[in-house]
Design a protein around this ligand. Structure first.
Ligand SMILES: [Zn+2]
Length: 158
């Protein structure tokens, strides 16, 4: 665990490799949505474009939820998201709040993401389409929810 401006960030790779649970409790979702947004807007500020729940200890830190910043949509959260990948693969090097180094990986250039709309008005609703860098952010955060870190991703592809 490390602290970034008062926000606790998980660095234990064994804990980070666990698959997150689907959220079904409306009250937890509401609480978590506020806490994740506060973490992104507060301590993390420009330090993070994305934050998966299991990188934090918020509400237990094992839920299928992440927050990200998008140029078009601003700060958005996704609850129990499902993604569909398309387009060509692109190579990109970037880091992660939970790791020390940067890693080069292959990513899809386009992604559609469907967030759970059952728990309105919490979480961001409906279908979103991202390309380029923001598509990579979505894939990076989805990987977190599935217990995959960027330092292990290359091995997953081989
Ligand atoms: Zn990360």
């Amino acid at each position: 665990m490390k602290k970034i401006n008062g926000i606790s960030i998980q660095t234990d790779e064994q804990l980070l490799s666990k698959i997150c649970n689907v959220m079904t409790d409306g009250n937890t979702i509401k609480k978590l949505d506020v806490k994740m947004r506060m973490a992104m807007l507060g301590g993390l500020k420009s330090k993070a474009v994305g934050l998966a729940n299991n990188q934090t200890t918020l509400c237990g830190g094992h839920w299928r939820m992440f927050a990200m910043r998008s140029t078009k949509h601003g700060l958005i959260t996704f609850v129990n998201p499902v993604i569909k990948l398309s387009g060509k693969k692109i190579s990109h090097t970037h880091g992660c709040l939970s790791l020390k180094k940067e890693y080069k990986n292959e990513w899809y250039n386009e992604v559609e993401i469907y967030s759970d709309t059952e728990f309105e008005p919490w979480g961001s609703r409906g279908k979103f389409h991202f390309t380029g860098y923001e598509s990579i952010v979505v894939q990076h955060e989805m990987d977190h929810l599935n217990g995959i870190l960027i330092n292990k991703k290359q091995k997953e592809l081989i």
